[in-house]
Write a protein that binds this ligand. Structure first.
Ligand SMILES: Nc1ncnc2c1ncn2[C@@H]1O[C@H](COP(=O)(O)OP(=O)(O)OP(=O)(O)O)[C@@H](O)[C@H]1O
Ligand SMILES: [Mg+2]
Length: 478
C-alpha cells in the first residue's frame, strides 16, 4: 500500500522536488513553495491510505461478526440469556467468539477482539449497530435512511455517521426486535409504526415498499437529565429576564402554547416551563409518546394508544383529555396538540383549568393561531370564524416560539401575548424577541434577545400574585 503511494507521487518528496532548476534563484517564491507543498500532499495520501486500511479492517470485522453471530445463535442457550447477568453473558460471548476465531484460524489484536465482542453483545442483547449511537450522550436524533446511511444529529446539526447495517434484512431484524418488544408488528399491511425504546427514546419506522430506498427509522433520544431553565439560559435559548417573565406567567396560571417546528425544542421548553408549577398542584400530562418528565410530586401521566392490528383498542389523546377533566386536575399538559383534541383543550383552558399548556407545530405565533383554527375546523365542529377566534383568544394567553436556527442553535425567538379581539382579528403583542443581526463567516448566527418595549398585558396579574417584575425587563436595548 505504502509503496504504491510512493511510486504514484514521486515529486511529493522534498528531495526529489526537481521542478525548480538548481541555481535559478529568480523564482525564489516558487522554489520555496515546492518543499512546503510536499508534506501536505504526503499527509493527504497517508490519510487516504489509513482510511482505506480502516475500511478494510471494518469490512473484515463485519464478515467475522456475521459468521460468529450465526454460530452464537446456534450455540448460545437463548432461554438462559433472559436470566444471565450482563457480566456472565459478556464472558460467554467472548469465550464463544474466541473459540470461533480459533476454528477459523483468525488472529485479532486485543482492540479488534474487544470491538468484536462488544458488537456481538449488542447484536444479541441490544439493537446492533444502533447501540453505540444510543449510548453516545452527545447525539440527539438518529435517522436511518436504508441500511447504509445513518444520520445523527449533534448540537442541532445533521451529520452522516460511519455506522451501517449489513443489509436491509439486518435493519429489518432490528426494527422487528424493537416493535415486537412493545407488542406491535410491521409488515406489508402495516408498514409503519411508533414505539418507545426501553430507555424511553421515541421511535418511528417505515418499511419498504412504502419506504422506497430501504427502511426509514427516526429516533429521538430520551434524555434522562432534561434541560432545566438554568441550562437553557446558559445555552442562550433565552435570557434570565425572559426566564423571570416565564416564571411569573406559569405561576400565575396563564394558558401557554409552545409553538415551533420539528425538533425545535418544543417538548424541552414545555418540560422546563413545567418546573415553575407549584409542588402542591395536581398535574395531568397527556402525550402520544411519554417524553415529559415533571418534577412535581403530584403528577398523573397518560399515553395514548393506537389501534391494534385488528383496528381495535385505540385510546386517543382526546379520550385521555376528556377523561382527565374528570380526574380533578389543577393543570393539564398535552404534549402536542395535533388534532381533534384541540376542542377539548380549548374548552379546558376556558373552563377553569387555566394554567394548562401544550405545544403546536407552527413557525411563528400568528401561524400557531392559524393552526389552532384549522384544527378546530377539521374536527368537524361547525362554528362561525369569529366565535372560533374569540374562543381561542380567551383560552390562550401566551405563545412562546421555539426555533432551530440554521447554525443548529435552538432559541426562543418570540414571546407573544394574546390580548383579545379587535373586530374579527385576534390581537397579539410581542413582549420579547430574538433579533438577528448577521452571520459570522463560520455560519454562526449573530443576534440578541431584546424586549419590544411593550409592557406585559398581565403585569397587574403578576403583581397581584406576588411577581413584581421590574419595569426595566420590558425596556429594549437600542
Ligand atoms: N436550547 C437547547 N439547546 C440545546 N439542545 C436543545 C435545546 N432545546 C432542545 N434541545 C435538544 O434538541 C432535541 C430536540 O428537542 P425537543 O424534543 O424538545 O424538540 P421538539 O420540538 O419537541 O421535537 P419534535 O417536533 O420532534 O417533537 C432534544 O434532544 C433536546 O435535548
Ligand atoms: Mg416534541
Amino acid at each position: 500500500m505504502f509503496s504504491r503511494f510512493k511510486k504514484d507521487t514521486p515529486d511529493a518528496r522534498p528531495s526529489q522536488g526537481g521542478a525548480a532548476p538548481a541555481g535559478a534563484p529568480a523564482d525564489k517564491a516558487a522554489f520555496a513553495r515546492q518543499p512546503a507543498q510536499a508534506p501536505v500532499q504526503q499527509r493527504a495520501a497517508a490519510e487516504a491510505v489509513a482510511a482505506d486500511k480502516e475500511k478494510k479492517r471494518k469490512e473484515r470485522l463485519t464478515e467475522l461478526k456475521v459468521e460468529i453471530h450465526k454460530r452464537l445463535l446456534d450455540d448460545l442457550n437463548l432461554s438462559a440469556i433472559e436470566t444471565a447477568t450482563e457480566q456472565s453473558l459478556r464472558g460467554e460471548i467472548a469465550a464463544l467468539a474466541t473459540e470461533a476465531l480459533d476454528d477459523m484460524s483468525v488472529a485479532l489484536n486485543k482492540e479488534d477482539r474487544l470491538a468484536l465482542t462488544q458488537e456481538l453483545y449488542d447484536e444479541v442483547m441490544g439493537l446492533g449497530p444502533l447501540e453505540p449511537l444510543l449510548k453516545d450522550e452527545t447525539i440527539n436524533d438518529i435517522l436511518v435512511n436504508g441500511p447504509k446511511r445513518i444520520f445523527i444529529e449533534r448540537a442541532g446539526k445533521l451529520e452522516l455517521s460511519d455506522v451501517t447495517f449489513r443489509d436491509e434484512r439486518h435493519l429489518l431484524r432490528i426494527i422487528d426486535k424493537i416493535v415486537s418488544a412493545v407488542g406491535r408488528r410491521v409488515d406489508e399491511s402495516n408498514p409503519y409504526c411508533d414505539a418507545r425504546l426501553i430507555d424511553g427514546s421515541r421511535f418511528n419506522c417505515m418499511i419498504p415498499p412504502i419506504a422506497v430506498d430501504g427502511s426509514l427509522v427516526s429516533i429521538r433520544k430520551f434524555k434522562k437529565d432534561k434541560l432545566r431553565i438554568e441550562d437553557l439560559v446558559r445555552f442562550g435559548a433565552f435570557t434570565e429576564e425572559m426566564a423571570a417573565y416565564l416564571q411569573a406567567a406559569v405561576s400565575c396560571r396563564l394558558n401557554i402554547i409552545v409553538s415551533g417546528g420539528t425538533g425545535s425544542g418544543k417538548t424541552t421548553t414545555l418540560n422546563a416551563l413545567s418546573s415553575f408549577i407549584d409542588n402542591h398542584e395536581r398535574v395531568l400530562t397527556i402525550e402520544d409518546t411519554a417524553e415529559l418528565q415533571l418534577q412535581q410530586v403530584h403528577v398523573g401521566r397518560m399515553e395514548s394508544r393506537p389501534a391494534n392490528v385488528e383496528g381495535k383498542g385505540a385510546v386517543t389523546q382526546r379520550d385521555c383529555l376528556r377523561n382527565a377533566l374528570r380526574m380533578r386536575p389543577d393543570r393539564i399538559i398535552v404534549g402536542e396538540t395535533r388534532g381533534e383534541e384541540v376542542i377539548d383543550m380549548l374548552q379546558a383552558m376556558n373552563t377553569g383549568h387555566d394554567g394548562s399548556m401544550t405545544t403546536i407545530h407552527a413557525n411563528n405565533p400568528r401561524d400557531a393561531v392559524s393552526r389552532l383554527e384549522n384544527m378546530v375546523a377539521m374536527s368537524g365542529i361547525e362554528m362561525p370564524l369569529k366565535a372560533m377566534r374569540s374562543q381561542i383568544a380567551s383560552a390562550v394567553n401566551l405563545i412562546v416560539q421555539a426555533s432551530r436556527l440554521q447554525d443548529g442553535t435552538r432559541r426562543m425567538t418570540s414571546v407573544t401575548e394574546i390580548t383579545g379581539m379587535e373586530g374579527d382579528v385576534i390581537s397579539m403583542q410581542e413582549v420579547f424577541r430574538f433579533e438577528r443581526l448577521g452571520v459570522e463567516p463560520s455560519g454562526k448566527i449573530i443576534g440578541r434577545f431584546n424586549a419590544t418595549g411593550i409592557r406585559s398585558a398581565y403585569s397587574d396579574r403578576f403583581r397581584q400574585w406576588g411577581f413584581d417584575l421590574p419595569a426595566s425587563i420590558y425596556e429594549p436595548i437600542v
